[in-house]
Design a protein. Structure first.
Length: 446
């Protein structure tokens, strides 16, 4: 006879199970492991069926108070880079790098010589390998910090010339003029809201050329202006900057390092540097798919000026960010952001059909409907990502958000829409269970 105790799952198997892992993410491994050990002990004593270990642990974890702090959320909105959900979810490689970097690490040490090394050398090497047009690189706290450091180091006490049509407002009410001027530079607006020409920049340099520290071009990444519009291409602006011996800073915003066939209108670092920009600045937690950070790429002399500026010390990132960013850059083709935005219509339809069928098996009204996702985070504004969603009754939205795990759907036209684009495929069963639990919570008398 086979000893039934051989069917007791290992601790790692329990913690990885889809019924358990979302709860572990909420309450922490330290609180989960003792519950697993207790269930295994009861199973070995014959007080609990081995097949019930996972179910028992999942129920016990669900009953625990997760305590203060952030909660994991299943993103069922179809918005890939969702600012309110922390923008880019990290890849498995980046998460592993975070764990490895949690202890002592060679963040600022040359292990060959034993002497002090260049901070984040591995990260800089990865960035320069990805963008060979750049002579040097620098990493700071976020995209806004990268732009602030660039304009401060190059133009504090002087003017930065920028198109009036690029005087944007970024998230939470922060405006580009306020950001740049907080570092001591003065903005000189040229052109009009909808049309700016090269001669506008030339005239500004003719009037106060000696007082201009840099030219600035900003990608208006969170909106589009169409119709009677014009702006100056980077190559033309770079030619003027070189002729007048002024640096050109281009803020890309979304963090695309190289051209992408799926986003033909989105500017990227390689193309922009080839066109003559002196520096490009971008966010790492948008299209790049990494941790929150700001990336500066460009001419070695300009990057050196930023690196030597006192503000650079205040804006630098820690070892965890550097580790996660290095892994992200090296594996950027397979980050969750890249995979989600490149998910194809047919794949999404198959998943939506399976989800809807599973929900109907539980007596929940579920219909598959066309649904366009979005890049989000200021990337590729107005560009739809064709896909599908499962429409369930609108009253399920609130209990889904309050559930464990929490699920964020999109509420539109009287329906609660569940778009699988940003939900990892291996979490589909978790999503189904969350909807079933939400349906029970919405009708407690049933």
């Amino acid at each position: 006879m086979v000893d039934p105790r051989r069917g007791i799952p290992s601790t790692d198997a329990v913690l990885r199970d889809l019924a358990v892992s979302p709860h572990v993410a909420e309450v922490g491994r330290d609180r989960a492991v003792p519950l697993v050990a207790d269930a295994q002990r009861r199973a070995r004593a014959g007080d609990l069926d081995p097949g019930a270990v996972v179910r028992t642990v999942a129920a016990q974890l669900a009953a625990l108070d997760p305590g203060p702090g952030t909660r994991p959320v299943l993103n069922a909105t179809g918005v890939v880079v969702h600012t309110n959900l922390g923008r880019a979810p990290l890849s498995e490689a980046a998460r592993g790098a975070l764990v490895d970097a949690a202890g002592y690490t060679d963040v600022e040490l040359d292990l060959t010589t034993g002497a002090r090394g260049r901070r984040g050398a591995g990260t800089l090497e990865a960035l320069l390998a990805a963008v060979p047009e750049a002579q040097d690189a620098l990493v700071v706290g976020n995209g806004a910090a990268a732009l602030l450091l660039a304009t401060t180091a190059l133009a504090a006490g002087r003017e930065v010339v920028v198109s009036r049509g690029e005087m944007i407002e970024i998230g939470d009410g922060f405006r580009l003029p306020d950001l740049v001027e907080s570092g001591g530079a003065r903005l000189r607006e040229v052109g009009t809201t909808n049309r700016t020409h090269l001669r506008d920049y030339e005239q500004a340099l003719d009037r106060t050329g000696a007082d201009v520290g840099a030219l600035l071009k900003v990608h208006p990444s969170n909106f589009r202006v169409e119709g009677f519009v014009s702006s100056v291409p980077v190559a033309d602006l770079a030619g003027l900057a070189d002729a007048r011996q002024r640096p050109l800073v281009v803020d890309l915003g979304s963090g695309l390092l190289e051209p992408d066939v799926d986003l033909p209108e989105e500017p990227d670092a390689r193309t922009t540097l080839r066109a003559g920009a002196g520096l490009v600045t971008a966010s790492a937690d948008k299209l790049l798919g990494g941790p929150q950070a700001g990336v500066v790429l460009g001419r070695a002399d300009l990057v050196a000026r930023l690196r030597r500026h006192p503000m650079a010390r205040a804006l630098r990132v820690d070892k965890l960010t550097l580790a996660a960013l290095t892994a992200t850059v090296r594996g950027r083709a397979t980050t969750p952001v890249t995979l989600a935005r490149r998910a194809r219509d047919g794949q999404l339809r198959e998943r939506a059909d399976r989800l809807a069928a599973a929900l109907r098996d539980h007596g929940i009204t579920a219909e598959v409907v066309p649904h366009d996702g979005r890049v989000g985070g200021g990337g590729a504004p107005g560009i739809p990502l064709a896909g599908w969603a499962v429409a369930v009754p609108e009253p399920l939205a609130a209990p889904l958000r309050a559930g464990r795990p929490a699920v964020l759907p999109r509420v539109h036209d009287g329906a609660c829409l569940l778009d699988p684009r940003c939900v990892p495929t291996e979490q589909d069963d978790v999503l189904v269970r969350a909807v079933v639990a939400a349906a029970r919570a919405a009708q407690p008398g049933r």
